[in-house]
Ligand binder design. Structure first.
Ligand code: FPP
Length: 297
């Protein structure tokens, strides 16, 4: 559902305004997800240490969030730290990213308030360092009453882990309910309609994203053509936009360019465009094997 708070188009930069004017305001996506990639390469190109790329990447986050809030984008979800980053990057880099996240939250909550942005997180966040979790909870509580863009940071996030967690949560709910009723899980399932009662909706309801629509648009920076274990369940019908731009160079105007590309797409969700109406078709015929008479000489 589109946000009804006042649009703050007058706060866009002249460059952003130029792209915004090409958009159909009634077709702004509800949810944009971004894989922020290329911090290390950005630093490498400048003969800088990788951590400076991450630091510059955190600046980009705030620019993009503010543009999103000015155009009333309801949901923006950023891949800030994957489970794989946590397991496979050097300890010093992980520890730097954690400090950066904490500093980012502490120094930007005031700007989140000014922009009516609500903070949210997805991922196995309970495995993050205690003091980072405390700052995250504080920022979420501070911004809980805001009604504009919901900024979700995916932290210690992995999509396969999310699907595993959703499956465990469905099983746990069933076991608890069976225990309450004093029956077996099998008996409970047979009352509820069998294993078939578990469907797409059940799965979506147990994902970390249960309170959000699926992303309409997935943006990836730095040109890599892969999904990297991000929102696999939720992006089934998302439009993809890959840009070569490295994340520390990504700004609000580039978000608007991604939305402009999205608006050029025809989304069919496995169906057809509306110009195709139903019609009576002949029975399908198998291609005939060519007989010698059919072969032109
Ligand atoms: C990819 O760069 C990016 C990340 C590891 C995570 C994104 C982190 C940030 C944007 C910084 C902090 C974010 C917040 C919310 C404060 P990479 O190191 O994989 O780049 P490379 O592929 O060029 O090496």
């Amino acid at each position: 559902m589109p946000l009804t708070q006042p649009l703050r188009i007058h706060e866009l930069s002249p460059e952003e305004l130029e792209v915004y004017r090409t958009l159909d305001p009634s077709r702004i996506p509800e949810h944009v997800a971004i894989i922020m990639d290329g911090n290390g390469r950005w630093a490498g190109k400048r003969a800088m240490k990788r951590f400076l790329g991450h630091q510059q990447g955190a600046e980009s986050v705030q620019f993009v969030v503010e543009t999103a809030s000015r155009i009333n984008l309801p949901f923006l979800t950023l891949y800030a730290f994957s489970l794989e980053n946590n397991l496979r990057r050097p300890k010093a880099e992980v520890s730097f990213l954690m400090k950066l996240l904490k500093n980012y939250l502490v120094s930007n909550v005031k700007r989140m308030q000014d922009n009516n942005v609500r903070m949210n997180y997805i991922g196995r966040t309970h495995e993050l360092p205690e003091e980072v979790q405390e700052t995250m909870k504080w920022a979420q509580a501070e911004t809980a009453k805001n009604t504009g863009t919901t900024l979700t940071l995916a932290l210690n996030y992995g999509s396969r882990a999310e699907i595993v967690d959703a499956t465990r949560s469905i099983l746990r709910d069933l076991m608890e309910e069976a225990h309450r009723r004093g029956c077996s899980v099998e008996d409970l399932l047979s009352v509820q309609g069998g294993v078939e009662s578990i469907d797409d909706e059940t799965m979506s309801h147990h994902m970390y994203t249960r309170n959000m629509p699926d992303p309409d648009l997935l943006i990836r920076t730095s040109g890599e053509m892969r999904i990297s274990n991000y929102l696999l369940w939720q992006i089934a019908y998302s439009e993809l936009f890959v840009t070569d731009r490295l994340w520390p160079d990504f700004r609000g105007v580039h978000l608007l360019e991604g939305i402009a590309a999205f608006q050029q797409r025809s989304r069919r969700f496995g169906g057809l465009d509306t110009e195709f109406t139903d019609e009576t078709l002949p029975d399908p015929q198998m291609p005939q094997a060519a007989t010698p008479e059919m072969v032109s000489r």
